[in-house]
Design a binder for this molecule. Structure first.
Ligand code: HEC
Length: 130
């Protein structure tokens, strides 16, 4: 009886010791991997912003937003964004309008696509601060 208790007592200690080591190893590896990633994310932000604008630009041309705007407004269609009576006067309205065009025209854009398009249109045409 006593022997059995001792046996069941030492086994968990051993496995605990092992898993503790494994735990420290995993934590160490986690830190080694996570820390550089954090730095890349922190300092890579402007670059990912330009990637966002690029993908917005590409989407606008893929989806042919300007072709339709041009057929309504003439030129290259960009006067849609600078017309006197324009609808959009804030970033929020711009996002809403892009979403509206997407829904009404059944363009099948994902929310990420809409965000990229709104960011691109703002950077290129509207230049809203908020
Ligand atoms: C089939 C035609 C058509 C397509 C395709 C289209 N639009 Fe439009 N868009 C319009 C029309 C028409 C208006 C003007 C709406 C109004 O004044 O009520 C407009 C207005 C807008 C405005 C508001 C302009 C302003 O400041 O007043 C934005 C932004 C816009 N569209 C973005 C897009 C984007 C982005 C796409 C592609 C993802 C797109 N549109 C595709 C027809 C279209």
């Amino acid at each position: 009886m006593g022997h059995r208790i001792g046996a069941t007592y030492t086994n968990p200690m051993k496995s605990c010791d092992l898993s503790l080591r494994a735990h420290f190893a995993r934590t160490f590896i986690g830190v080694v991997i996570t820390f550089p990633l954090l730095i890349i994310f922190a300092f890579g932000a402007p670059e990912s912003n330009s990637a966002l604008l690029d993908s917005g630009k590409k989407l606008v041309s893929d989806v042919k937003c300007e072709a339709c705007h041009a057929s309504k407004r003439g030129g290259d269609g960009s006067s849609m964004y600078s017309r006197q009576d324009r609808r959009v006067t804030t970033i929020r309205q711009l996002s809403t309008q892009v979403g509206r065009c997407n829904n009404e025209l059944n363009l099948g854009l994902f929310p990420d696509d809409e965000a990229a398009i709104a960011a691109y249109l703002n950077a290129k045409h509207y230049k809203f601060k908020d």
